[in-house]
Design a protein around this ligand. Structure first.
Ligand SMILES: [Mg+2]
Length: 273
């Protein structure tokens, strides 16, 4: 049965094939807890509308799914932001919570693993990288510079040539200027070459900044903690190349599906219940 589902929030058309091979009748009728299976869900755009809270109907649907399989959340945001979207009871409700793609991992309500980019690189390499970026930005000729040029987050370094202290109008102007002069693209190319051995990955995000990660610190990071599962399902909305669900979407261990919005996700879940 093909269901064409138009999602108004992001104007995406998705065709859902409910009767696919991964979701056969036997599994559907398995009315016991099969902890060999885990269902992983992206949060933003998959369980909730972008930047919105997860609706109670979705939580109820996930609770039903928990009776027949393990359930985990995999979000790129930090734990604080994920809790805001999913609810205060998140640690009691979900067996696996991979915030920042699993760099901060809660298992059965307890912090199981934590990693950060400064630790991983070591202070010396980190210093070298930051000093270079500061020098590079210092030498850039831009119509406007503000403050907060480099922000160290847990799993990434966020670099903004104009600075994160800019006003909305300055932000919009930088975006246009950057499109024309390729400020961020050029900086990334220089960093890629200079720090080739640091195992870094770069992405241009939003209007004014770029993110620096460690290669492999995408959503596939969480898979190292799920070695005991026979089947790993994943549902996400940004599965195209360059999207933050892409790597896990194409991973050979994962049975993945693209969703266009939370109601798609709910249809998929219900097809297993
Ligand atoms: Mg998403």
């Amino acid at each position: 049965m093909e269901i064409s589902n138009k999602c108004t929030n992001e104007n995406i058309n998705v065709n859902i094939n409910i009767n696919d091979n991964d979701n056969n009748i036997n599994e559907k009728n398995n009315n016991f807890v099969n902890k060999q299976r885990i269902f992983l869900f992206d949060i933003d755009g998959t369980l909730s509308l972008p930047r919105k809270k997860v609706e109670s109907e979705m939580i109820e649907t996930l609770n039903k799914l928990k009776k027949i399989a393990s359930v985990g959340l995999v979000g790129g945001s930090d734990f604080h932001k994920i809790r805001e979207q999913v609810g205060d009871n998140i640690l009691n409700e979900f067996e696996h919570i991979f915030s920042e793609n699993g760099l901060v991992y809660y298992k059965n309500g307890k912090l199981e693993h934590i990693e950060n980019i400064r630790n991983y690189l070591g202070q010396q390499k980190y210093n070298e990288f930051i000093s270079f970026c500061m020098e590079y930005i210092g030498k850039l000729k831009l119509p406007c510079k503000t403050g907060n040029f480099i922000e160290l987050r847990n799993g990434m370094i966020n670099i903004s040539p104009i600075g994160r202290s800019c006003l909305q109008q300055e932000r919009d102007e930088f975006e246009i200027y950057d499109k024309k002069h390729k400020i961020r693209e050029k900086m990334i190319n220089v960093l890629k070459e200079k720090f080739e051995l640091f195992n870094l990955q770069f992405s241009i995000g939003g209007q004014i900044s770029m993110d620096v990660f460690i290669r492999g610190w995408d959503k596939t990071y969480c898979l190292r903690f799920l070695k005991d599962y026979e089947k790993i399902y994943f549902y996400g909305d940004k599965t195209e190349k360059g999207g933050n669900d892409y790597e896990i979407f194409v991973h050979p261990r994962v049975i993945a599906k693209k969703v266009g919005c939370p109601s798609d996700t709910m249809k998929y879940i219900n097809s297993f219940l």
